[in-house]
Design a protein around this ligand. Structure first.
Ligand code: NAP
Length: 269
């Protein structure tokens, strides 16, 4: 019997996972994209685009489309959809796995300043520099709009959402980025602070090496936590192994915040 897997996507890992799973004739694979990016890189297999309309609507989608397993392979900072997935999976009784690429770690020579939020990152800037390279994405930039006495280079895939800090220059670009390119960008714009989320992964890591080599401090915004009780895979390969192991359904009556982790062995403790 075919098992239906829903992948919440929008990441390299989600696309890699969809490619692996569509090769398995025992699986029906649907990927879900938020529809934020104008020209998304489409995964293999079936694709649906757009928000579900909240956790209850996602739960109905899981039930109506007879989803057997849900894999949250969204970006580490997409906290709302991850929370909705945890609630919907628990109430629909569908096994859920989160795929999260490991975060970046500072090495010798790095000058990293951790921040808990974009607002906290903005508050740290006056002590660090005046020519700021913002790579935190197209949303949330209002956090920097009140910063005075600084110039911003804002890089995002699609046009950033106002309000933006001023004065600023917008650079529309999609990774992967090379070390040579990132080093040249820092030099050309005389960047003296880099701001990034701890997205992890190789596609956008070159900016960190370029910053280290140029002695540029980096404000690194920490990740939100994965919803409590949701098992986590670090790679698409681990997610494939979890599916092959046949995850057990969560027991009835367990609240979304305290779901049991049944684990890859397929048994609840
Ligand atoms: P978010 O704040 O967690 O989600 C906001 C709303 O967007 C959700 O409530 C949901 O709408 C909808 N949504 C998000 N991901 C979805 C998906 N895969 N399929 C269907 N609906 C989805 O998410 P976000 O940070 O805006 O990110 C949106 C998408 O961009 C995600 O797929 C994420 O993987 C990708 N992305 C995000 C970042 C980032 O830095 N946040 C970076 C790269 C890629 P409803 O409540 O209506 O269901």
């Amino acid at each position: 019997m075919t098992r239906h897997v829903l992948i919440l996507g929008g990441t390299t890992e989600a696309r890699a996972l969809a490619s692996s799973l569509t090769a398995d004739p025992a699986l029906r694979v649907t990927s879900s994209l938020a529809g934020r990016v104008a020209e998304p890189r489409l995964p293999e297999g079936e694709v649906r685009i757009g928000g579900f309309g909240g956790p209850d609507a996602l739960r109905r989608w899981l039930t109506e489309h007879a989803v057997d397993a849900l894999i949250d392979a969204t970006h580490p900072f997409a906290a709302a959809i991850s929370s909705h997935a945890a609630q919907a999976a628990a109430s629909a009784g569908v096994p859920l796995l989160a795929v999260r690429r490991p975060g970046w770690t500072a090495g010798p020579g790095d000058r990293w300043h951790p921040a808990d939020s974009l607002v906290q990152a903005a508050a740290m800037l006056p002590d660090l520099g005046r020519r700021i390279f913002l790579t935190t994405g197209r949303t949330g930039l209002a956090a920097f709009a009140g910063t005075t006495g600084a110039w911003f280079l804002i890089r995002s895939v699609d046009a950033p959402r106002p309000p933006l800090p001023e004065p600023s220059e917008v650079l529309l670009a999609r990774g992967p980025f090379t070390l040579e390119g990132e080093a040249e960008l820092l030099r050309r714009h005389r960047v003296d602070v880099l701001v990034t989320k701890d997205s992890g992964g190789p596609a956008t890591a070159a900016k960190l090496t370029a910053a280290r080599e140029a002695g540029v401090p980096v404000v690194v915004v920490r990740r939100p936590p994965v919803p409590e009780g949701v098992p986590v895979a670090a790679t698409p390969g681990e997610a494939v192994a979890w599916l092959r192991a046949g995850p057990v359904q969560p027991r009835d009556g367990i609240s979304p915040g305290h779901r049991r982790v049944c684990g890859a062995a397929g048994r609840c403790p």
